[in-house]
Write a protein that binds this ligand. Sequence first.
Ligand code: PEP
Ligand code: MN
Length: 344
Amino acid sequence: MILPKGREFTPAQLTEVTEIVGEFGCRIQPIIGALRSIYAIVGDERDELMMNRLEGLSFVERVDRIQSPFKLMDVRSDLARHAIQLGGVTLGRELCVIAGLCTIDPKNPNYFYETAAAVKEAGATALRGGVWKPRTNPYSFQGDDRSLDILMEGSRRTGLPVDAEVMDEHQLGLALAAGVPVLQVGARNALNYSLLQQIGRAIAGHGTVVLLKRSIHMGPINEFISAAEYIVSFGNPNVILCPRGTAPTLDGYRSHPDESIVPLLKERTWAPVIVDPSHSVGKASYVPAAALAAVAYGADGLCIESHVAPSHGIGDDPKQAITPEVLKTLIAKAREVWAVVRRK
Ligand code: PEP
Ligand code: MN
């Protein structure tokens, strides 16, 4: 990873650096940070001569040689100073809560609009709404392109940024064209490297944020961080990690709750962590406790399914969405836990 002396390399400097690493079979991927840009060396960067030549350039401040499977996401990386903003909140400084429907019902858009207004009133910082849905049963409702308009209308009405899952290039194209600011990668696609690559390439140079769920099959911590690294390696550092419970399930819950991995993640990576307690425990009555536990473990935020009338919802909402009233109390308590945990 190359750190420039100035804010960023000039085109001539970038060409010079690119030529040097090219001689050693590597390429340069610029990563545009809020404070300054850094330049990742993609390829085998162990060659001493290459490193020495880079370090010898007058416009290079230093070349980081982090021995880590994820050089960009590592806590020691220069990118650790990168701050991600969501709905006016800087992640890590204030609790961030993404809340809303599991799945937008295109036949009943008012449930989404009413929920959007109510979760905003409850203190949510961003809005979620599934447009396209990964399903266990292929005959279940898989989503509808029309729900994208409903999602964006909810965003306009509330002024909140929205999060929706995309599962393929078609959905990615539509979501970006509509201006969806937070793209969710679901637990079933968390290791779908061709999707991660498509997303990484499509959002390079944009402010789009990715909410990357942890793979359902108890993916090792490093595998989770490396998947985030893969997206970031295309140039956009706005990736948030989202533990959401794993398989096999803890008897009685939908998944095996995994909010306890937050301190392990924090030890290895600077990436913000937003925990999803809804898919973890899978039942509305268990969600508040799991959410508070996540904040106690050091989560930077929560992603919670909420619905004004859960029994009228579709997807996961009838069983695991909490009402905005419950959400409001939960957010107030979560802020108290946050203050206790982060007190110096
Ligand atoms: C969802 O967020 O509604 C969802 C399907 O999540 P996951 O990919 O974690 O199962
Ligand atoms: Mn869901």
